[in-house]
Design a protein around this ligand. Structure first.
Ligand SMILES: O=C(O)C[C@@H](Cc1ccccc1)[C@H](O)SCc1ccccc1
Ligand SMILES: [Zn+2]
Length: 167
């Protein structure tokens, strides 16, 4: 299992670099990320969260771990301006859920675990999760989409938790 960085760790603000070659090293990272995500448990994980600053995302929104998806060098285009709300969580901000507004009709282009390009037009939670993970690759967190007051309060609680753990 890979350790997951927690807000406000500044390393979460790193902009991840594109993968130049989808090789066995990347496939090992993907396998370790799925193990870490399923164990958390979570429905998505970006390499940034495990302090690997490469543009790699794993997602599985299924109930029974039956739909693992790998997005390498993902790119998103918004297909229409309609947005929807979702109470998002984050494995890097454990225990906090806040309403985030995002476009709900997008197209994703990425490479799969074999380095082959593919694209999809995800709906619902998958569309939300892909945008949440892409934020991670760009050094953004879901708390950046809520009010500064709420973000400050969450940061204070996370700092207190980390102090207690350090004792
Ligand atoms: O930190 C992450 O990227 C994992 C996120 C994925 C997520 C993105 C957007 C909306 C919900 C989840 C979650 O922490 S995984 C935990 C979870 C599982 C099911 C539903 C909500 C949260
Ligand atoms: Zn997250």
């Amino acid at each position: 299992l890979l350790p997951i960085l927690e807000f406000p760790d500044p390393r979460l603000r790193t902009v991840a670099k594109p993968v130049t070659e989808v090789d066995d090293k990347i496939r090992q990272l993907v396998a370790d990320m799925f193990d870490t995500m399923y164990d958390a448990p979570g429905i998505g994980l970006a390499a940034s969260q495990v302090n690997v600053h490469k543009r790699v995302v794993v997602i599985d929104v299924s109930e029974d771990k039956s739909q693992p998806l790998v997005f390498i060098n993902p790119e998103i285009e918004v297909l229409d301006p309609e947005v929807s709300e979702y109470d998002e969580g984050c494995l890097s901000v454990p225990g906090f859920y806040e309403t985030v507004v995002r476009p709900n009709h997008i197209r994703v282009k990425a490479l799969d675990r074999d380095g082959n390009p593919f694209e999809m037009e995800p709906q619902g939670l998958l569309a939300v999760c892909i945008q949440h993970e892409l934020d991670h690759l760009n050094g953004k967190l879901f708390v950046d989409h809520i009010s500064p007051l709420k973000r400050t309060r969450i940061r204070a609680k996370m700092d207190k938790k980390h102090k207690a753990e350090a004792r």
